[in-house]
Design a protein around this ligand. Sequence first.
Ligand code: PLP
Length: 461
Amino acid sequence: MDGTPRDNDISKIVEADRAHIWHHLIQHKPFETSEPRIIVEGKDMRVWDQNGKEHIDGVSGGVWTVNVGYGRERIANAVRDQLLKLNYFAGAAGSVPGSIFAEKLIEKMPGLSRVYYCNSGSEANEKAFKMIRQIAHKRYGGKKNKILYRDRDYHGTTISTLSAGGQDERNAQYGPYTPGFIRVPHCLEYRAQWDLSGEEYGQRTADAIEEIILAEGPDTVGGLCLEPVTAGGGVITPPPGYWERVGEICKKYDILLHIDEVVCGVGRTGKWFGYQNFGIRPDMVTMAKGVASGYAAIACLVTTETVFEMFKDDASDPMNYFRDISTFGGCTAGPAAAIENMNIIEEENLLENTLAMGERLMSNLWNLYEKHEVIGDVRGAGLFCGAELVSDRRDKTPAEEKLVQAVVADCMAQGIIIGATNRSLPGLNNTLCFSPALIATPDDIDAITEAVDSALSRVFG
Ligand SMILES: Cc1ncc(COP(=O)(O)O)c(C=O)c1O
């Protein structure tokens, strides 16, 4: 021991991070006096930070991603083998893992048939918007180009996906936005815009979409983009009657229904896809995070054959196909990882586990509701749950964001990582978020809610 730092001395990493890394979504001023967090290692449901501290990850890599848990050797091996065989060729050509995964995926999505590979959720959504716009040009003289999106939903970080973003705080300062995106009301009954409940509220909220279509002119509206369960906007499960009516409206006005499954897709709600909880028949579905659980970057835009056919009906016209490319959408590591990810979900019955553990999580959260006045509402589907915090249950005044964040920090200090809506909606960043991996055990779920119980007691008394 001569006091010289070893090559594996983590303090060097921390200093390099502090000097050179621009982290996502965080104010860096505090790093002048404190260390940034570095996650060094993960196994199953647990991660370890630069100080060797163990945490249960209640949010699957922070953003609903690592659905099958950390340290999956068979995914790593599949990716390694594929990289050695062929790491890349542009997506104008096919690939072996690309074909195999597409076939497996389409088996889970009756009514849909075509997979367009991309590398992020934002990009997949952009491509859906491009298809809707191109269809407008090809079939409707350019007129049917407006795209409806919903208050509180999020579809990505690019300027056009922010233009379709219903979270004003996230959007602020990034305008001017792309024209032609029109907002429709959210469907969170807990903060209902009409004095209605249950099915009546669900239908009224959907009727509001029809009113907007009529006001804009149905011949100008080409697409409606919705999350099946709103994620970062507050874990909003749709009210009864909502989706049936949305489906009818899209059909009536010849509007393409684009479901953003970037969070719900590939198991999170206990079904392969969130929309499958509601009997919806989408024209386009986008997915990303859980597709390969973060072992490789992959996103998919899946369409019906009818949408696909619209791009090949006149091969003599050089403009008449989807003239789009994505360099990394051709990486073979993504589908190679996605095949094994899906195999794991099937072989380990993780959809069933998600439903069972989701029920346990919801039931634990409702028990906390009985104990802590500060919980105003509990919502969720499968292992995708939220608890909205309020300072007054009667008038539903949102809890202060700094107190909500104090609960998250208290859990972190206890070695439990949970999330909270943040920088999304002015004054309404007050929902605690839970999305453990689909492999969670009863003990993991109980450890998460026990940590929340004591954090709520400490922060709110
Ligand atoms: C519903 C939804 N859509 C799209 C995105 C964007 O995905 P990405 O960050 O991969 O671009 C996100 C990211 O959180 C999301 O939650």
